[in-house]
Design a protein around this ligand. Structure first.
Ligand SMILES: Cc1cc2nc3c(=O)[nH]c(=O)nc-3n(C[C@H](O)[C@H](O)[C@H](O)COP(=O)(O)O)c2cc1C
Length: 194
């Protein structure tokens, strides 16, 4: 698939097949992440890869899913992520506020590289930082910035364009399919705007 088509087809996935994601594949995804642009090339990001079922079950209760449709958007017990990639910031090597761009670029590289392998992803910014830091025994020189939940998709969400001032809240239809509203291209692109 062309990169553009991969980008367009990506949607956040929150229901996963209970099929393992190989460690070699997860390391390949981190490799795509580490080669993303980095402000000042400081590269403050580090990554924890979690594939082990026991660790996954410890993480799961401390992340929050799809808050506009809670609890309907939560993965059920047999739909939970099969892996996580946790993006850490090494605080000793930080260019504030630019490191946030590093996180976004790295996370998107990982997301798209995953999609190329048929793996879905949900970015999770809403989680109990203290609890997960303790579970993973993360030292004080690092903080957790973003969690990527991963696995082979068990859902196929779509998007639709919305008129200005319409709700940006995603919803599920009667069949359980998730629909994500997106602001229209013509409403947000400004050509030769002086
Ligand atoms: C920085 C960031 C944090 C997010 N945090 C969460 C989260 O904590 N839980 C969740 O279910 N989705 C989270 N999302 C996913 C968004 O809800 C999702 O991207 C949005 O609804 C648009 O849907 P789409 O990704 O399918 O285009 C996050 C996305 C971003 C970019």
């Amino acid at each position: 698939m062309e990169v553009y088509d991969t980008i367009i087809s990506r949607r956040t996935i929150r229901k996963f097949k209970q099929k393992p994601v190989k460690l070699s594949v997860l390391k390949r995804l981190v490799n795509a992440g580490r080669l993303a642009p980095s402000a000042g090339n400081l590269q403050p990001l580090e990554y924890i890869v979690i594939a082990d079922g026991i660790v996954r079950e410890k993480i799961f209760p401390h992340v929050r899913w799809a808050r506009y449709i809670e609890p309907e958007g939560n993965p059920k017990e047999d739909e939970r992520p099969m892996a996580y990639i946790i993006i850490l910031i090494n605080k000793e090597n930080l260019l504030v506020p630019f490191y946030k761009y590093d996180v976004g670029a790295s996370a998107e590289n990982i997301t798209l590289a995953a999609l190329e392998k048929g793996i879905g992803c949900c970015w999770i910014g809403s989680f109990d930082r203290k609890k997960i830091k303790n579970i993973l025994k993360i030292t004080d020189d690092c903080s957790i910035d973003l969690i990527l939940a991963l696995g082979y998709p068990l859902e196929d969400p779509g998007y639709y364009d919305i008129e200005k001032d319409k709700s940006i809240k995603y919803h599920k239809d009667n069949s359980g399919k998730l629909h994500v509203p997106k602001r229209k291209l013509d409403d947000i692109v400004h050509i030769d705007h002086l």
